[in-house]
Design a protein. Structure first.
Lengths: 122, 200
C-alpha cells in the first residue's frame, strides 16, 4: 500500500527550509474562510488554496487562517472575514482568487480595507 | 457540487462543526465493479435518531444546528442520480458515518476532482483536528494520517502554509500514480510540472 511516507515529509520539510515557527498566541491577523455547503459550492476551497500560496510567499508567521461554517449570507459566498489585531472584522463577499490576492496584499499585509469587495463590518 | 471531492469537504466540515477531533475519509474506486464509494466518518457528537430520518430533507431540517441543511441532501441526490444511494448512520455521542455509493461510469457522476485540495484545505483550516485519508483504485491504495505526521514531526509542521502547499502537490502526485496504475513505486523528484487533478 502506498502511503504518504516519511521521505515525502522530509522532502517537504527541506523545501520549506526556513524554520517552522510555532503559531501559538502570536497571531496579529486572522483570516476566516467560510466553508459551509454554500461557500464550498461557490469556490471557497480554491480561495483557501490561494491564501496558502500568498501566505507562503509573504513569509509571515503571525497570520492565522481558519475555516468556519456558513454565516447565513449564502448568496454572497465565498465569504472571507479578515480581522487585524485592533481593527474591526471585515466580511468580504463574492471572493475569487484574484480578489483574495488583492485583499491579502492590501488589507492583510498593508492594512487598507478593500471596500469595493466588502460586505460588512461586524 | 461540481466535484465529489467538494461533497467530501462539505461532509467533513459538518463533522468538525459537530466537535469531531478526528475525521476519516475513504474513497474506493472499484472500477472493475463499476462502483465508486465514499465514506466520511467522524467522532463528533452524532445525530439523534429522530433527526436522522429527516436529515436529507432540505426543507424539514433546520439551520439552527449545523449538522443539517443542504449538504447531505445534495450528496444523496447526486448519489441517487447515479444509480447509487447515500446512507447516514449515527450514534449520539459517538459520531456519524456518511456513506455514498455511485455507479462509477454513470454519465451524471461528477468527477472525483481535487481530493488533494480538499484534504489540505481541511488540514490547514482545522489545525486541531486529525484526518485519516484512504484512497483506493481497485487493488491499489494510497493513505495518509495526520496523527502519524504529528508523531514523526513537530506539531507545528502542519501549521506552516508552505508545508500545506507542498503537501497538496505530494498528495496529487501520489493520486496521479494511483489513477495511472503505477504500483507503490518510489516517489520521484518533485517539481516536474503541474499534475492534472481533474481525475476520472
Amino acid at each position: 500500500m502506498a502511503k504518504l511516507t516519511i521521505e515525502d515529509l522530509k522532502r517537504i520539510k527541506e523545501k520549506t527550509a526556513k524554520k517552522i515557527s510555532v503559531r501559538d498566541g502570536t497571531a496579529t491577523a486572522k483570516i476566516t474562510v467560510h466553508m459551509g455547503t454554500c461557500g464550498i459550492a461557490a469556490g471557497a476551497r480554491e480561495v483557501m488554496g490561494v491564501l496558502m500560496e500568498e501566505l507562503t510567499n509573504s513569509g509571515r508567521d503571525d497570520i492565522r487562517v481558519v475555516n468556519s461554517g456558513c454565516i447565513g449570507m449564502c448568496s454572497s459566498e465565498p465569504n472571507v472575514t479578515v480581522e487585524i489585531e485592533g481593527g474591526e472584522p471585515i466580511v468580504y463577499q463574492l471572493i475569487n482568487s484574484n480578489k483574495m490576492r488583492q485583499i491579502f496584499k492590501r488589507h492583510v499585509l498593508q492594512g487598507e480595507i478593500q471596500t469595493d469587495f466588502a460586505l460588512a463590518k461586524i | 457540487m461540481r466535484e465529489i471531492s467538494l461533497h467530501i469537504l462539505d461532509v467533513a466540515e459538518n463533522g468538525i462543526t459537530a466537535g469531531a477531533s478526528c475525521i476519516q475519509i475513504v474513497v474506493e474506486e472499484a472500477r472493475a465493479e463499476n462502483v465508486l464509494k465514499i465514506v466520511i466518518r467522524d467522532n463528533g457528537r452524532g445525530i439523534s435518531s429522530e433527526k436522522i430520518d429527516r436529515i436529507t430533507d432540505p426543507f424539514v431540517t433546520t439551520r439552527t444546528t449545523r449538522r443539517v441543511g443542504l449538504g447531505l441532501s445534495l450528496l444523496e441526490a447526486a448519489a441517487r442520480r447515479c444509480d447509487g444511494e447515500a446512507k447516514i448512520e449515527s450514534e449520539p455521542g459517538a459520531g456519524t458515518e456518511v456513506t455514498a455509493v455511485f455507479r462509477y461510469n454513470h454519465i451524471d457522476r461528477a468527477p472525483i476532482g481535487d481530493m488533494a485540495g480538499s484534504i489540505t484545505t481541511l488540514i490547514a483550516g482545522n489545525p486541531d483536528v486529525d484526518f485519516i485519508y484512504d484512497h483506493s483504485v481497485d487493488d491499489r491504495h494510497f493513505g495518509m494520517d495526520t496523527r502519524e505526521i504529528r508523531k514523526e514531526l513537530e506539531d507545528s509542521f502542519l501549521a506552516d502554509p508552505a508545508v500545506i502547499y507542498h503537501l497538496a502537490q505530494t498528495i496529487r502526485k501520489h493520486l496521479n500514480r494511483l489513477d495511472q496504475g503505477q504500483m507503490n513505486s518510489e516517489m520521484g523528484e518533485e517539481g516536474n510540472g503541474k499534475i492534472d487533478d481533474r481525475r476520472s
